[in-house]
Each structure stands twice: as structure tokens, then as C-alpha cells.
Design a protein around this ligand. Structure first.
Ligand SMILES: [Fe+2]
Length: 174
């Protein structure tokens, strides 16, 4: 299977997504998590494929915008369904993706830096629902750094829609 085709995978995920595309757990959130993750990965050394897949999968199986305690494990199971059909990853990378999706809601941190980077990328976007990420709830020193936290939180608070949502992803109503 060729290298990851994120737009193709994203559109397949959206066919199953039951919540509004413009909701607080929708496409703009996934896109900011992806950008946060790539920014963090430049310095944490996290696996980029895992970070990108986490961004578009981790909230994709939510059935409501509030308390949905099992959406992480469902996203992990969904990732397993898609593996080999829409993307492939070596076993050790897939295990990290599965773990990152399954634990992103309830677990504070994890020994692996790729999982840490995924969770920080998501938590740095809490400003969209009026929550400033608390440093004690972040996994990496990098995400706690004031310039990074301020950059990500500012975008979250403003609800910035990254340009690639329209260009690379072809979505005009995120
Ligand atoms: Fe999220």
C-alpha cells in the first residue's frame, strides 16, 4: 500500500461520522489536532503517520458531543477495521495508534512519545470549548512551553480552520 493518503482516509471516515462536521469534535478540530501534532513532532520526534491518523480518527466514532466515554476504544477498533483497506502501518506503529485512540480521553500520560504527542495535540485544542489546557494535563515539556501553548490555544479559542481543509481536503464547510 502506498504512503498515507490522508484526504482519502478522511473522506471515508466522514461517510460514517454521525455528528455535525462543524461541531466541536468535527473537522476543524481534527485539522488543528493534526497541525498541533505535526508541530510537536518536529521536536518530540513522534511518528508522523501515527500523529496524522490519530488526528482524523480519535473523535470520529463519537455519538454525541458530550459524555461519550467509549468513543476512544471505538475509534481504536475502527482504526483496526480500516487497516489494510485504506492505510497500512507496521505492527509497532499500529499499536501506538490503537493505544493513542483508545486512551485519549481517560489516561493522563503514556511512556511512548508518539502517544504523548497525540494526546497533547488533542488537549492543546481544548480552548475551542473554553478550557485552557493545564500544564499538568499535558504529557510533553514541549506542549507546556508557553510559546507552543499560546500558539495552539489561540487558534483553538478563535476556531481557526487550517487552510488545508479547503485545499488538500476539499472541504468548504468544516
Ligand atoms: Fe479530540
Amino acid at each position: 500500500m502506498p504512503t498515507l493518503n490522508i484526504p482519502l482516509i478522511l473522506h471515508a471516515i466522514l461517510e460514517d461520522y454521525v455528528l455535525p462536521w462543524d461541531g466541536v469534535h468535527g473537522i476543524a478540530h481534527w485539522a488543528r489536532v493534526l497541525e498541533n501534532g505535526l508541530r510537536l513532532a518536529e521536536e518530540t520526534g513522534a511518528n508522523i503517520d501515527v500523529v496524522q491518523l490519530f488526528a482524523i480518527l480519535h473523535d470520529s466514532q463519537r455519538v454525541n458531543e458530550g459524555g461519550d466515554p467509549d468513543h476512544g476504544p471505538r475509534a481504536a477498533a475502527f482504526a483496526l477495521d480500516l487497516r489494510g483497506l485504506l492505510f497500512d502501518l507496521p505492527d509497532h506503529e499500529f499499536r501506538l495508534l490503537h493505544r493513542a485512540c483508545a486512551g485519549h480521553t481517560h489516561e493522563r500520560t503514556h511512556p511512548n512519545v508518539t502517544v504523548q504527542t497525540c494526546w497533547d495535540a488533542d488537549r492543546l485544542d481544548l480552548g475551542r470549548v473554553g478550557i485552557t489546557p493545564h500544564p499538568s494535563r499535558l504529557c510533553t515539556d514541549l506542549a507546556r512551553r508557553p510559546d507552543i501553548l499560546k500558539w495552539a490555544d489561540g487558534r483553538a479559542t478563535l476556531g481557526v480552520v487550517p487552510e488545508f481543509v479547503r485545499t488538500a481536503w476539499g472541504i468548504f464547510q468544516p
